[in-house]
Ligand binder design. Structure first.
Ligand code: FAD
Length: 435
């Protein structure tokens, strides 16, 4: 096996095109369409601007590249997707223009894997074509994302599921054509065998959006794209179960890894954008007779940022490469995805803060993209599970095969190791040193 960090010339040409297209055609949308739902909501005015761009991406064969060819994607694999996503991460609109927007990507994945033919025809096909958007609803107000604490339940009434309970922070619920909802279907057993994922069309009676919630302090209460949901005797056919009844946990688990690594790939794009801004500012601003770039503390910030971004990027690409090798979420893939998920808010915080700081008051203002980026720092520590949960997973996996030392001293206790080493070299040590 060869270790190789090069990109094939053919694919590099695609990346070059993507970078130009994102910069010239998509990033301007970020400046004009500012509402939280604009990149996702089929009802938004931004959609009119996005549709022709999506056509160009489809014609270039770069639409929905997270998917295999059987689902209309290119089947490039995660490593190539990683290289693409680190460009798409520079713009809020780029993932939707390229058909790789969460939560639709993960929902398409589970519909493809677990859906019946009817479910695929009704929901997967229009989702893949970018005609509709979807929602994935698992988190509950009292439980966070810990399935062991979930109470939102579905019980069977003949051939109908009757859903009761509440869900929280269900992204894009308001604009979605359908929701995939994780429900407790057997409270008497553990959640990994007692829950079911159920497809609920958005207009089903009994599904109420109590209100929408926004991320950040600026939007009005009730605005935003994350739904606080209430199900009151909400009835859907039994055939709307996605996957086997009782196996909702398995279905949910199989979509979360992809979402996490795709966020990390896009975060690389955001980090590089912050570094670009930091560098331009450093060579442009002069104070006390020299450029910021000539001051050592500024140089340190640039060097530290570059190093952290490179380390993070290589870890993300390594995890993507492992996914391609293992063809899925094996134990070693899960470990790397949890590790990068846990590292992500820290790298973002360090790099974006430095970029803000170097820009002074301009950085604090709403006249650069930096304050928008700052909002992602805490978000990336919470979305898809808090940092602590991922660190615990990494540590448990590392410790799984580590044995305790026998007796009071560790295996690396120097007096014992030295005695062993002296015995090993005894014949040489007994000789007189030659002068
Ligand atoms: C922007 C955004 C979009 C989201 N979109 C969706 C969506 O589409 N669908 C969906 O279902 N959910 C969504 N969520 C919800 C998300 O999955 C949860 O917010 C997340 O899993 C944490 O749950 P919580 O917010 O209730 O926090 P809690 O679970 O209450 O955690 C709060 C804090 O408690 C501590 N903590 C929690 N658990 C542990 C632990 N095991 N060990 C140590 N400390 C712990 C941590 O410090 C953590 O930050 C979204 C969240 C955000 C921010």
């Amino acid at each position: 096996m060869v270790w190789n960090f090069a990109t094939e010339p053919d694919f590099q040409a695609k990346l070059d095109w993507i970078r130009e297209f994102v910069t010239a055609e998509i990033e301007p949308m970020d400046l004009v369409f500012r509402k939280p739902g604009d990149p996702f909501d089929p009802r938004s005015l931004a959609r009119t601007a996005m549709l022709p761009l999506q056509q160009i991406v489809k014609a270039k064969g770069l639409w929905a590249c997270h998917l295999g060819p059987e689902l209309g994607g290119q089947g490039y694999g995660q490593l190539h997707l990683g290289l693409m996503n680190e460009i798409l991460g520079r713009s809020r609109f780029a993932p939707t223009v390229f058909g790789t927007q969460a939560p639709d990507t993960g929902n398409a994945e589970i519909l493809a894997r677990f859906g019946t033919e009817d479910q695929k025809a009704r929901y997967l096909k229009p989702l893949l074509d970018g005609e509709i958007v979807s929602c994935f609803s698992m988190t509950e107000p009292q439980a966070g994302a810990d399935p062991g604490e979930f109470t939102c339940a579905a019980r069977l009434d003949g051939d109908v599921w009757v859903i009761n309970g509440e869900k929280w922070f269900a992204s894009h619920a308001d604009m979605a054509e359908f929701l995939i909802v994780m429900c407790i279907t057997n409270p008497d057993v553990a959640v990994h065998v007692g829950s079911t994922t159920i497809i609920v069309p958005r207009d089903t009676p009994g599904l109420e959006i109590v209100r929408n919630t926004a991320v950040g302090p600026k939007d009005e209460i009730g605005s935003g794209v994350h739904g606080y949901l209430r199900f009151a005797n909400c009835r859907v056919p039994r055939s709307n179960a996605l996957g086997e009844e009782g196996e909702g946990f398995k279905v949910v688990q199989s979509r979360l890894g992809g979402g996490r690594i795709h966020h990390a790939m896009r975060t690389v794009g955001m980090l590089n954008k912050a570094l670009d801004m930091m560098c331009e500012r450093a060579v442009s601003r002069v104070t006390k007779g020299e450029r910021l770039a000539d001051k050592q503390m500024v140089q340190e910030r640039i060097a530290d940022s570059y190093t952290q971004i490179t380390q993070f990027r290589l870890h993300v690409l390594y995890a993507a490469w492992l996914m391609d090798q293992d063809k899925g979420y094996t134990r070693r893939v899960r470990r790397e995805i949890s590790a990068i998920k846990a590292a992500m808010p820290g790298v973002l915080k360090d790099v974006v803060y430095r970029a803000l700081h170097i820009h002074g008051s301009l950085g604090m203002s709403n006249e650069t993209p930096l304050m928008d980026m700052w909002q992602y720092v805490p978000e990336m520590g919470i979305v898809d599970g808090p940092t602590e949960v991922h660190k615990v997973s990494v540590a448990k996996d590392i410790l799984r095969n580590v044995s305790p030392a026998e007796g009071p001293w560790p295996t690396y206790f120097t007096p014992h190791r030295r005695a062993d080493a002296e015995a090993k070299f005894a014949a040489i040590l007994q000789r007189e040193p030659s002068t």
